[in-house]
Design a protein around this ligand. Sequence first.
Ligand SMILES: [Ca+2]
Length: 530
Amino acid sequence: MRRWWQDAVFYQIYPRSFADSDGDGVGDLRGIIGKLDYLRGLGVDALWISPFFPSPQRDWGYDVSDYRGVDPCYGTLEDAKDLLAAAHARGLHILFDLVVNHSSDEHPWFKAARSSTTAPEHDWYLWGPSDGSKPNNWVCLFEQGPAWFPNPATGERYLSTFTPFQPEFNWRDPGLRRQIFDIMQYWCDLGVDGFRLDVATAYVKDAELRSNPFSPNLIPDLFQRHVYDRNRPEVHGIFREMRAITGDDRVLVGETHGRDPALAAASYGAPAEGAPELHLNFNFDFMETGWSAKALRAAAERWYALLPEGAWPVFTLSNHDRPRHAWRFRGARPAVTEGRAKAAAALLLTLRGSPFLYYGEEIAMGCRRIPRAMLRDPLGIKTWPLGFLGRDPERTPMQWTAGAAAGFSTGFPWLPINPDWEERNVEAQLADPGSVLSRYRELLALRRAFPELREGGIRFMDAGRDLLVYTRFVEGGGALLVAINFSDRPRSLELDSPGEVILGEEGGPARLEAGRRRLGGLETLIARLS
Ligand SMILES: [Ca+2]
């Protein structure tokens, strides 16, 4: 039986940067509510909202200090309930972001836990020995140093492998598990349609806290093979317990930490054998792949081959942790960058699997260098001036209009607006049939119209350099041809059968004849084969 989340196109909202309803420069839940009609018109089906829970905001909400509330900067619990109701009234599903590998160090649980070894909450976190020594070589990603931090009140060290202020839960403790599962039930009872699970494969640590073995890779491994601090086999038991809470009408989407598609595939469990785990899991291969038809096809085929029987694929090109793909795939000229953004959209929205869009990609928002004084991301501040300055460039405010602050806020935005907002914004692109946004709307409409694109099989065809060509088909039914030219120069495509063009270069012939067909630079051709 097919479920809604298999047919859905998901859209990630980073609430701080989406829409600000009250002019304080920070996006909020009422801002999102005000844009639901836009999202419905865009043609997406489900929204994943990055964290809006009470938080000291030292990692912008990925450090939660109360899992059942709403941070005042985003609104109130009533606003969250209104958001769920308003989305459901428009046929949109809503996923919240469950950040339960760690809490904030300001969560009341951690405050109690660190006060005394006899506090009931003490065992909900992970501690080193009472002599204050570090039990192993585990590293803290944002500190690029040891992951064990002193806790003077007990003489122990606590574990934090991301930042020092995100102490990690002890998922082996049944009391902690009960607490987290109760939180999930609480939001399910309020009507949420699922959860994205932050760094889900990191939940469980080695019972003996053994040191990780050496790895030759600095990025992303920090010279360690993370076999003891992440990716423990015991995590699958937790995934099964979570699945029992949500059932199949709600969806669990795993952020499977690391860059290993096999790990993501394993987080599905064995659905065909009645042992399902998470419904959907992110494979971040597409975020590591350059602008190459051959490489993107190989990444997609690798993902399909890895998935266990009955698992439903997920594809994504951008999120709040990685530079936006319009920037990663940028060309030497703006027209090439725009063309690649459209071609990337065609790929993402016609592959077999559920696409996850990231806010702003529908207008091809890019990334810009942000001055040191305006950086907000703790990773970007810590690693400045190395690399691409952390994660602020992909988190800048949504560009709605050509007006002040891009229509995002009537106040001063918390992060600078990309300097291209006057030309690149939703209002301008809605009015332009040749815009990237118009292309997203066309492609999303095609997904709704053609079951071949939503649920059909996929077969790749060899079509020469720069061309990515495949058919999407339903057994005993229709077949659609998708051909994407990755080059900005024309290429020719050999077609076995005729058909009817449903998306192609403007002014091109509607009838597709068998034989040789010219594809313009960065053109996407979608045709119904007869
Ligand atoms: Ca606000």
